[in-house]
Design a protein around this ligand. Structure first.
Ligand SMILES: C[S@@+](CC[C@H](N)C(=O)[O-])C[C@H]1O[C@@H](n2cnc3c(N)ncnc32)[C@H](O)[C@@H]1O
Length: 212
């Protein structure tokens, strides 16, 4: 009981920190990163989604990938965009992304979705922001059906990003191959592709086993 309460307090503190970080950036996010959008669209095409399926963007921000997910699943499919920062979702709504997807304010560690109901998750720039990446990958595995896909993307490689921030590549980086592969294995995923190129990062994993 006490442990659960402590976990809730920790989660609340993490949300507050995320919102404090991303809220001031929300209004300019779209314009600032518009040049990356074609790379996002190309990454989405590697998810193997089919018409009629359900796609989820976790940490969707302003939702710039949501139209591409809608293209993949078509009118009969379902597209969901989840983010914990209301200002990001407000910016998504102003960009008209509500026309492509349902926008949900939620924590990626507690998705408001039944188990095994999602065919593919896209996530860009989130996993290295959460305090407990294995817990996030477990929760994402919960909502994805066996055989479904997880695509982790960033429009620059880890080395380029570290250099841009003036720091060395950390061995503790959750996206480092030596960390990410075993974490995916332990949380209900099989790594299908790990590509840390100069100008993009892309990992695709397939949901294993039952729906949990
Ligand atoms: C680096 S931004 C990336 C936004 C978008 N995916 C993109 O690439 O343009 C990370 C996003 O994750 C959201 N986020 C941070 N922690 C979260 C959490 N625990 N649950 C859901 N979203 C979260 C932030 O609000 C922010 O919009």
């Amino acid at each position: 009981m006490l442990a659960r309460f402590a976990a809730l307090v920790a989660a609340r503190a993490e949300h507050t920190a995320s919102r404090a970080f991303f809220t001031p950036k929300a209004d300019r996010w779209e314009a600032r990163f518009a040049a990356d959008t074609p790379a996002y669209v190309s990454a989405v095409s590697r998810m193997g989604l089919r018409p009629g399926q359900t796609a989820l963007d976790v940490g969707c921000g302003t939702g710039r990938v949501l139209p591409a997910l809608r293209e993949e699943v078509g009118d009969k499919g379902t597209v969901l965009g989840v983010d914990v920062t209301p200002a990001m979702l407000a910016a998504a709504a102003r960009e008209g992304r509500g026309g492509s997807a349902r926008l949900l304010i939620a924590d990626c560690l507690r998705l408001p979705l039944p188990s095994g109901t999602v065919d593919g998750i896209f996530s860009a720039g989130l996993l290295n922001h959460v305090a407990d990446p294995p817990a996030a990958l477990c929760e994402w595995a919960r909502v994805v059906r066996p055989g479904g896909t997880l695509l982790l993307f960033h429009p620059s490689g880890r080395a380029e990003r570290a250099a841009r921030h003036g720091r060395p590549l950390s061995p503790d980086d959750p996206l480092a191959e030596a960390n990410l592969r075993p974490t995916l294995d332990a949380t209900g995923w099989r790594t299908d592709c790990y590509d840390d190129a100069r100008d993009y990062f892309l990992t695709r994993a397939i949901r294993t086993g039952g729906t949990g």
